[in-house]
Design a protein around this ligand. Structure first.
Ligand SMILES: C[S@@+](CC[C@H](N)C(=O)[O-])C[C@H]1O[C@@H](n2cnc3c(N)ncnc32)[C@H](O)[C@@H]1O
Length: 240
């Protein structure tokens, strides 16, 4: 998706985004925090593609720098004393910094970078921090939406095998952990999220395809929507 379109997408979805059931699930945040918090406590942390900064604010960093191109996402929460916020794309920001960070976080934002840009971004992370933490929904996740939306998700989300190759190419050492979060939500809420194009892959689906897709889900006549949300966490450090 072109950069301007991504920014517009997030500027428009901020209200629904903060109420996503995924973010309210304890399994999801507890799993991530149990690995990430010990690495960020009293450290300097840069969160690229931070969105609302909701997650990185939980990390007890000594200093937290949040970067995101969406002004609306970034201004959703008040500025904390230990925090800086910058409206910028991640690569541009890293190319212009003059200080190093202990940890850089790339949480659920890598799918917005082309493969070439992913490599550039990860190289800049390698050069500017000791540890890079990646959180992503892999492209083999299956969601109970409609065919076009699933195709668009598969084409526009992170392929873990190619990400691993990039980390190896850049001389990172890394560990990878996977979590399956069981999700159960009323189908009315799921349909509303889809109509609001809650995830950016739905921005590739035309209005007509979205209407047809909503109908495809409605005729299944399910009261509740059940699925496993797969989350991959990778902690990458210098291989020195
Ligand atoms: C799915 S949201 C994740 C937000 C946050 N990290 C979280 O986990 O809640 C993806 C975020 O990536 C940001 N983003 C998209 N393209 C970006 C880029 N080129 N540089 C930095 N951030 C970007 C979007 O604006 C959006 O806030």
């Amino acid at each position: 998706m072109a950069y301007d379109r991504i920014v517009k997408h997030y500027d428009n979805v901020v209200d629904t985004y903060i109420n996503l059931p995924f973010y309210l699930k304890h399994e999801y945040s507890d799993f991530l925090l149990s690995y990430i918090k010990p690495l960020t406590l009293d450290k300097t942390v840069l969160d690229i593609g931070c969105g609302t900064c909701h997650f990185s604010e939980l990390l007890n960093a000594k200093k937290l720098t949040c970067v995101d191109p969406s002004k609306e996402m970034l201004s959703e929460r008040p500025l904390l004393n230990n925090q800086e916020k910058h409206i910028s794309d991640g690569i541009g920001f890293l190319k212009n910094i003059h200080s190093q960070y202990d940890v850089i976080i790339l949480k659920e934002c890598l799918h917005h970078f082309s493969d070439e840009d992913k490599l550039t971004l990860l190289k800049l992370c390698y050069e500017n921090a000791n540890t890079t933490i990646i959180v992503a929904r892999p492209n083999d996740n299956q969601y109970p939406w409609f065919k076009k939306a699933q195709e668009s998700f598969e084409n526009n989300s992170v392929k873990i095998s190619s990400l691993k190759n990039m980390l190896v190419e850049l001389n990172f050492s890394f560990i990878k952990e996977t979590l399956l979060v069981p999700i159960k939500i009323p189908s009315g809420q799921w349909l509303k999220m889809i109509k609001n194009r809650f995830w950016s892959n739905l921005s590739y689906v035309s209005d007509i395809e979205l209407l047809k897709g909503v109908h495809e889900i409605q005729i299944r006549d399910e009261k509740e929507i059940l699925f496993n949300d797969k989350i991959v966490l990778m902690i990458a450090t210098h291989n020195k």
